[in-house]
Design a protein around this ligand. Structure first.
Ligand SMILES: [Zn+2]
Ligand SMILES: [Zn+2]
Length: 326
């Protein structure tokens, strides 16, 4: 009973759901509201689940709306999941990332929502991307191009803030405050766990800073432009095969441009993602004589398991190899 994410369809579905006289009657994949001892938290996708679980500890019960192995950009909500949003004590989301959820929250959970995009201003989709205007990269013949990833979204914001560990830590502190308001008796516990997580994220950040300090190359060719916060933080440049959302079929012209870019920057590795087909990355790699490797944007956990911290450390090792870092 999946519902298309078009706002109108969702609105109709929500109305139908409420007309049934209660969400539990129709809840096909949920136990929302079932545990009176714990705060029921609905998380929009993996990094927010990670934050809620680490900061909430055993005082919360966290439900991730994205099934393991699924790609979260195009989340569609089942009636049961709309029911979970209706019943949740706190919904943690990133507004603008998953339109179907934005709509469901607006209609059903406005006062119980924590929108992590409000914690710090998001970066512009086009800012800090791989941009040759002004010729700062030594091939000014490309200046003025309109096809750079992100440009087509005109004024769009980049949602992928979790790939900067220091930003994630700041979101964690705010989430602890919000949980403390929902559950005042345990507010001090939430604050303490957020501080402990901040320390772990600071350590990760220091490892990235040191590990990517001295490298032969600083450009990374990635499947979608998810890495803007990471490249900004650690002084790298991303060249995205597609824009802010994953697509399986980039335009042939974009493909040709990326191949040219990869050659110019002598890329030895073309990165692909665990949740998206590697075909396009493999095509480019073959053209330029590079290898492929996984660089995980952590939009969901792959079946290999691990958690945010371990996957980020794997990403760091992969980057160090690909960029020939000391
Ligand atoms: Zn993404
Ligand atoms: Zn370039």
């Amino acid at each position: 009973m999946n519902i298309r994410s078009a706002p109108r369809t969702l609105a109709v579905a929500t109305t139908a759901l409420l007309a049934l006289g209660g969400v539990t009657a129709c809840s096909d994949d949920g136990t929302a509201g079932a545990d009176p001892q714990r705060v029921d938290v609905v998380a929009a996708f993996y990094p927010l689940q990670f934050l809620a679980e680490r900061i909430g500890g055993d005082a919360v019960k966290v439900t991730n709306l994205v099934k393991p192995g699924a790609e979260p950009h195009d989340l569609e909500l089942s009636l049961g999941q709309v029911g979970q949003v209706v019943e949740a004590e706190l919904v943690v989301l990133l507004k603008g990332f998953q339109p179907a959820l934005d709509e469901a929250v607006e209609q059903n959970a406005g006062d119980r929502a924590f929108d992590v995009s409000t914690v710090q201003p998001l970066r512009d989709a086009a800012a800090g991307g791989h941009d040759h205007e002004g010729g700062e990269h030594g091939h000014p013949e490309e200046s003025g191009k309109a096809e750079e990833p992100g440009h087509e979204q005109g004024g769009a914001k980049d949602p992928h803030l979790w790939l900067d560990p220091t930003r994630l830590a700041t979101v964690g502190d705010k989430l602890a405050e919000r949980l403390g308001r929902a559950d005042p008796d345990r507010a001090a516990d939430y604050t303490a766990r957020a501080a402990a997580l901040r320390a772990e994220l600071a350590k990760l950040d220091a490892e990235f800073t040191a590990g990517l300090k001295t490298c032969q190359r600083r450009e990374i060719v990635v499947s979608h432009t998810a890495f803007g916060y990471l490249t900004e933080r650690y002084g790298l440049e991303q060249i995205g095969i597609t824009g802010l959302s994953p697509e399986n079929e980039p335009a042939p012209q974009r493909l040709a441009e990326v191949i040219e870019e990869a050659r110019k920057h002598r890329a030895t590795t073309i990165f692909f993602e665990t949740l998206v087909s590697p075909k396009v990355a493999e095509t480019i790699a073959k053209q330029v004589g590079a290898k492929t490797a996984v660089l995980d944007p952590l939009e969901g956990l792959s079946t290999d398991g691990g958690d945010y911290l371990s996957v980020m450390r794997t990403n760091l090792a992969t980057l160090r190899t690909a960029l020939s870092c000391q």
